[in-house]
Design a protein around this ligand. Structure first.
Ligand code: RTP
Length: 155
């Protein structure tokens, strides 16, 4: 009998309000696609301040926490789940260092951003955060299903 296939690695990626406002959605998606990662969920929404605080709960003691949460909830965010071998770590590599002054050219932040408070994109930093963030931002039925959905299941 064939063993049940382990689920392929997944990560949560968000284009922050500055990335959306600057018209970088396609550019960012394109970089993940061209690398060979697979998009398994996507939606656009404005997160509430409370939701942003949940997303960034690990940073609640940092001095920039309030401004960061206010900013994340200031406009549309593109929330995505990407799948592929090594996607958590390599996704961070595509994104580049947190501070765009330190991100290498060729990375998303290195090529497209200048300051840490407007670094256009978020990516989960490890397997546990990836799982937590996917569950926070998406319902299971919003992720690409293994089998085609019937119209009843979609409605
Ligand atoms: P992210 O979670 O957004 O992918 O960023 P990260 O892991 O590379 O960085 P982290 O330390 O988790 O910080 C989260 C976000 O907070 C903002 N930040 N501002 N000194 C500052 O003003 C400062 N430091 C961090 C950035 O937007 C960072 O992405």
């Amino acid at each position: 009998q064939e063993a049940h296939a382990a689920q392929m690695e997944r990560t949560f990626i968000a284009i922050k309000p500055d990335g959306v406002q600057r018209g970088l959605i396609a550019e960012i998606i394109s970089r993940f696609e061209r690398k060979g990662f697979k998009l398994v969920a996507i939606k656009i929404l404005v997160p509430s301040k409370e939701f942003a605080q949940k997303h960034y709960h690990d940073l609640k003691d940092r001095p920039f926490f309030n401004g960061l949460c206010a900013f994340l909830s200031s406009g549309p965010v593109v929330a995505m789940v990407w799948e592929g071998e090594g996607v958590i770590k390599y996704g961070r590599k595509l994104i580049g260092a947190t501070d765009p002054q330190k991100s290498e050219p060729g990375t998303i932040r290195g090529d497209l951003a200048v300051v840490v408070g407007r670094n256009i994109i978020h990516g989960s930093d490890g397997p546990e955060t990836a799982e937590d963030e996917i569950n926070l931002w998406f319902k299971p039925q919003e992720l690409m299903a293994a089998k085609p959905l019937t119209s009843e299941a979609i409605a």
